[in-house]
Each structure stands twice: as C-alpha cells, then as structure tokens.
Design a protein around this ligand. Structure first.
Ligand SMILES: [Zn+2]
Ligand SMILES: [Zn+2]
Length: 240
C-alpha cells in the first residue's frame, strides 16, 4: 500500500509550502486509488487526482467541502455526513456504518466512531490492504473501541492540531475538539503500534519551527517506543 499525503493542513487560516492544502490521504493498492477526505482546498482538483473512490471522515468544511460541486467517482460517508452533504450533486453515494467493514477498490475500510464534534459526527478508519493495517483519524478527541481500532496496525495517522496543550472541551455530555499529539503517542504505545504520522496540522505547526517541533515529536515517541513524524503535503510512504 502506498500512502500519499495530498494535504496536511487543518481548519486554520495559515498555510505554508509544507502544509498548503486541507488534510487528505491518497491510498494506492494494486493500481487502485482511494482518497480519504476532500476539504474545500480540493475543489476543482479531483479529475487530476484520479481517485477511484472518495471516503469521508466527517462533514466539516476541511474534510468535505471539496465535494460541493460533485465528484467524478463514488463517495462513501456515514449517514450523518450524508445528511450534511444532502444537496451536493453526487450521483454515486455509498453509506458507511460504524464497525461494518466495507470493501472499497481492493482494500477493506472499517469505520470507528470518534468523539470530535457534536454537529459533524466523525469516524476514523482502520484500513487493510493485503496484510497491512493502518488507522487514519485526522480529527480526534477519543476513539470508540480504541483497542480494537488500533491493535495490530502498523501505522497510526493522527491529528496534528495540537502538540501538548489540550484542546478538548465539554459540550453537554460530549467531548469536542482535539487530543494532543503527545497523548495520541501514548495510545500508540498502549496498543503496540510501531509508527505514527501526524497530519491535519494546526497553526502551531504551520507557523512554527518544524525542526524544533519534529524533534519534540520524535523524542516523545522514542520515550514510548514509537517512531513518529509530522507529515507534509506530498509525503509518500510505502508499507508492505
Ligand atoms: Zn478537520
Ligand atoms: Zn472536524
């Protein structure tokens, strides 16, 4: 499986050469391509990307608004995300249900519920291609069934909005916002994941000194027996 980080920018004003466009991951397996998330920055770019399917984590602007003019391929999203994308001119709509694995272009996608937003309920995906499993969750406070979601995966792709400062808030009974990178590395340690990459970068990363931040992430990771780095637009990884 080849991972191409098309974009690595979160829902912020700032952008840089390394983090120019909204977070999106292109997975290629046996010549078939699946794009995960399609934020506003990707409007008008979809023909060039040439994905065979697009999978959405949630309907926030930085994850779904690139589809407001339609899609050249089938789109997979949860019922809640489809409610929000109801008026998008998309012909081929597929519904994703939590914890029901779906075969998409030769890969298997299983959605796990994620606390992040009450208005735009989110999921993360455990994805299997051949013998390789990864987990992708660009916006996260908490993963429901975290052990089952993460155990046995080779790579965790997580939420890079905040490094160590908590951005979790309470709304009624629910938690919203973003869990720090440092805490997500502890999840990786607990579930025995050897490698982590952080995407969906916040302004701390996009406007900050990435050499310093990258060293910080590597050091937190090392303390936990994990290898980790911050993704950038265009980063490619091959897992086999
Ligand atoms: Zn986001
Ligand atoms: Zn979001």
């Amino acid at each position: 499986m080849v991972l191409t980080f098309l974009g690595t920018r979160g829902e912020i004003e700032a952008r840089s050469r390394r983090h120019r466009r909204h977070s999106s991951l292109l997975l290629t397996y046996l010549d078939r391509k699946v794009m995960i998330d399609c934020g506003e920055d990707w409007a008008g770019q979809l023909e060039d990307i040439g994905a065979h399917a697009i999978v959405i984590t949630h309907a926030h602007p930085d994850h779904a608004w690139g589809l407001r003019e339609g899609s050249p391929c089938p789109v997979y999203a949860t019922r809640e995300a489809w409610d929000a994308m109801n008026d998008y001119p998309i012909d081929e709509r597929e519904t994703v249900s939590r914890r029901e694995p779906l075969h998409i272009e030769g890969m298997t996608f299983e959605a796990f519920g994620v606390e992040h937003s009450t208005r735009a309920p989110a999921v993360g995906y455990r994805i299997r291609a051949g013998e390789v499993d990864i987990f992708y969750v660009p916006d996260v406070v908490y993963i429901e069934g975290r052990g089952e979601a993460l155990r046995g995966t080779e790579l965790y792709v997580g939420d890079g909005v905040t490094m160590s400062r908590s951005m979790v808030r309470k709304r009624g009974e629910r938690l919203i916002g973003h869990t720090p990178v440092r805490t997500q590395l502890t999840w990786c340690q607990k579930e025995g994941i050897p490698e982590a990459v952080f995407t969906h970068c916040g302004s701390g990363v996009v406007k900050g000194d990435e050499r310093v931040l990258g060293a910080q992430v590597r050091s937190w990771a090392r303390e936990r027996g994990v290898e980790a780095r911050i993704a950038y637009d265009g980063l490619e990884m091959v897992l086999r």
